[in-house]
Design a binder for this molecule. Structure first.
Ligand SMILES: *[C@@H]1O[C@H](CO)[C@@H](O)[C@H](O)[C@H]1NC(C)=O
Ligand SMILES: *[C@@H]1O[C@H](CO)[C@@H](O)[C@H](O)[C@H]1NC(C)=O
Ligand SMILES: *[C@@H]1O[C@H](CO)[C@@H](O)[C@H](O)[C@H]1NC(C)=O
Ligand SMILES: *[C@@H]1O[C@H](CO)[C@@H](O)[C@H](O)[C@H]1NC(C)=O
Ligand SMILES: *[C@@H]1O[C@H](CO)[C@@H](O)[C@H](O)[C@H]1NC(C)=O
Ligand SMILES: *[C@@H]1O[C@H](CO)[C@@H](O)[C@H](O)[C@H]1NC(C)=O
Length: 506
């Protein structure tokens, strides 16, 4: 696991013999020049090897995630350029297995995060409306499995209504084509054991129930709920002004379903490559790298980290800006920049966020590339920083939403196919990475870090007044499948779905 097994990454770091005073000051060109496909490939391969050796995933608290953490810690410590520490915290893990058969045939289904265990062997009963009211559940729901459409209210409300109506289980089908990926009940509760199924399967079952054809369901949920100790990895340059810090981060955990090489291994390896390249230079402002755990369970690692900054001692305000990188190599990518100035989605960040966005835009413009905006809604690890009034920004290449024809004109790729068809799936492997996007985005990170490590004068000091909580408005996913451009035109402000991290609760 030590860097000796990773010659390409090790070569990227300055030799230990070089003392800081012999190093040149960082520049964007020089730092970008050290970012190579070899370094990114080597790092991504390392994560894939770790996932493969640990049963195929890197979910927090697992061997795959622990090994990811040790790999980052060892690699960064070996440079001698960083103070590195592991920040441990305890977080509730939820996972498990499930199965579903309908009239004796297996059907694809997923359990929800924080699901309840149980099994049912019963007929299927359709509920009225969207199952958000207890009155939607007919008396036959008792001792049956209920069929409910996604939409209008959180999954948890449906799963607990189903339990209150006496149902032995619930099937919640998508209200847009395909499966529901990453559905969560948000916290443990009194739920009927619940599984999500695709819209196609759900509508076919509904047609049978409505035609009066009995539908026999066998459903089983074996949920695991346990408190697990996990780690953030924090590395800060020994050099530079520690009262004026530029911070950046990515999350290190995957979902249980897959190795998470794009989500969010790409962000992790991208910033690791920048961290190693930076060791060849001196800097003016200190640079702090945060590798967050348990993002997939609701930004837990970054939230914990920010909560440990001593506001009274001014530690929060010393973080002058935070840059986030979560999925930067999606196979059907678009170059998306967080909309810090609010020009596209009317959600602005703290003062300085607009400048961060403009600096990323200038980078893509000078690289001759198109770019677009992604909503600055706080739903990845930058959320806790925004809530403390720290200006933020970042890059994203898209997850499960389909790419629009306009974006295909701008970036190539395939229209009406997800940016990352393997999002939260076993197929999120090293074979399904857009290496060109990975390389250009990592150079974009290098550019911003070189800029702010040298000069933070463009970014106003962090105001002591905490921002009001950002709106996390609840739209029903699928009610409006608008593209970013349509959102701009129609003034729809929020994401089409509500999520913390990548998880959907509605
Ligand atoms: C991962 O590390 C945590 C914290 O040290 C430990 O409690 C846990 O058992 C480890 N998990 C595995 C699967 O090794
Ligand atoms: C996890 O820890 C919390 C806080 O100590 C406790 O309330 C909860 O019951 C624990 N959950 C499980 C599943 O052990
Ligand atoms: C935070 O900093 C203040 C001022 O330096 C100090 O008095 C206090 O003990 C610190 N709090 C913690 C939890 O360390
Ligand atoms: C990866 O990054 C995207 C974009 O910020 C974010 O929405 C998503 O939650 C991240 N996924 C993981 C696993 O961190
Ligand atoms: C933008 O949001 C603000 C605050 O929520 C609101 O007052 C304003 O009308 C919105 N502007 C547009 C164009 O939607
Ligand atoms: C940028 O997008 C336009 C369409 O909006 C397209 O014509 C052009 O070729 C794109 N440029 C690049 C470098 O892909």
């Amino acid at each position: 696991m030590r860097s000796s097994t990773l010659p390409v990454l090790a070569a990227l770091a300055a030799s230990c013999a070089a003392t800081e005073t012999e190093l040149p000051p960082v520049t964007s060109e020089a730092l970008q020049a050290l970012i190579s496909l070899d370094g990114l490939t080597s790092g991504a391969q390392q994560l894939q090897v770790i996932a493969d050796a640990a049963g195929g995933n890197r979910v927090f608290g697992s061997k795959g995630h622990n090994d990811t953490v040790y790999f980052l810690y060892d690699t960064l410590l070996a440079t001698g350029y960083y103070d590195v520490y592991l920040q441990d915290f305890v977080e509730l893990f939820s996972g498990g297995t499930s199965s579903l058969t309908v009239n004796g045939e297996a059907m694809e289904a997923d359990l929800f995060t924080y699901d309840s265990s149980g099994s049912a062997s019963a007929d299927l009963v359709a509920v009225s409306n969207l199952g958000c009211e207890l009155a939607d559940y007919p008396p036959e729901s008792a001792n049956a499995v209920v069929l409910i459409s996604r939409g209008e209210c959180p999954f948890a409300q449906k799963a607990s209504n189903a339990a209150a109506a006496g149902a032995l289980g619930a099937l919640i089908y998508n209200n847009v084509p395909g499966a529901i990926s990453g559905g969560t009940l948000s916290e443990p509760g009194d739920y009927a054991p619940s599984l999500s199924i695709s819209q196609e399967d759900g509508l076919a079952l509904l047609a049978q129930v409505e035609a009066g054809t009995p539908v026999a369901v066998e459903l089983e949920v074996n949920a695991i709920l346990e408190n697990r100790t996990t780690y953030n990895v924090i590395a800060e340059t020994k050099g530079g002004d520690h009262d004026n810090v530029i911070a950046l981060g990515a999350h290190t955990d995957s979902v249980e379903a897959g190795p998470g090489i794009n989500d969010n291994g790409s962000g992790t390896i991208g910033i690791l490559n920048v961290a190693l390249a930076l060791t060849r230079f001196t800097i003016t402002n200190a640079v702090r790298f945060g590798f967050w755990s348990a993002e997939e369970f609701g930004l837990k690692g970054s939230t914990y980290y920010v909560s440990t900054l001593n506001q009274t001692a001014g530690e929060t305000a010393k973080v002058r800006a935070y840059l986030n990188f979560d999925m930067i190599a999606s196979p059907n990518y678009a170059y998306m920049i967080y909309d810090g100035d609010g020009s596209s989605f009317n959600l602005t960040g703290p003062p300085g966020s607009a400048e961060i966005e403009a600096d990323f835009e200038a980078f893509f413009t000078s690289a001759g590339q198109n770019f677009t905006a992604t909503a600055f809604d706080g739903r990845s690890d930058y959320g806790p920083f925004l809530e403390n009034n720290i200006p933020a920004g970042g890059l994203f290449t898209g997850a499960e939403d389909p790419k629009t024809p306009e974006e295909v004109a701008m970036f190539g790729g395939t229209a009406d196919v997800a940016y990352d068809a393997n999002y939260h799936q076993p197929g999120d492997t090293i074979d399904n990475i857009a290496w060109d996007a990975f390389l250009l985005n990592t150079k974009a990170i290098a550019n911003s870090i070189a800029l702010y490590a040298t000069d933070l004068s463009k970014i106003p000091p962090v105001s002591a007044t905490a921002l009001p909580k950002r709106a996390r408005s609840v739209d029903v996913r699928g009610a409006v499948r608008s593209t970013p451009r349509q959102k701009r035109a129609s003034g729809i402000k929020s994401h089409a779905c509500t999520r913390r991290g990548h998880v959907l609760n509605i």
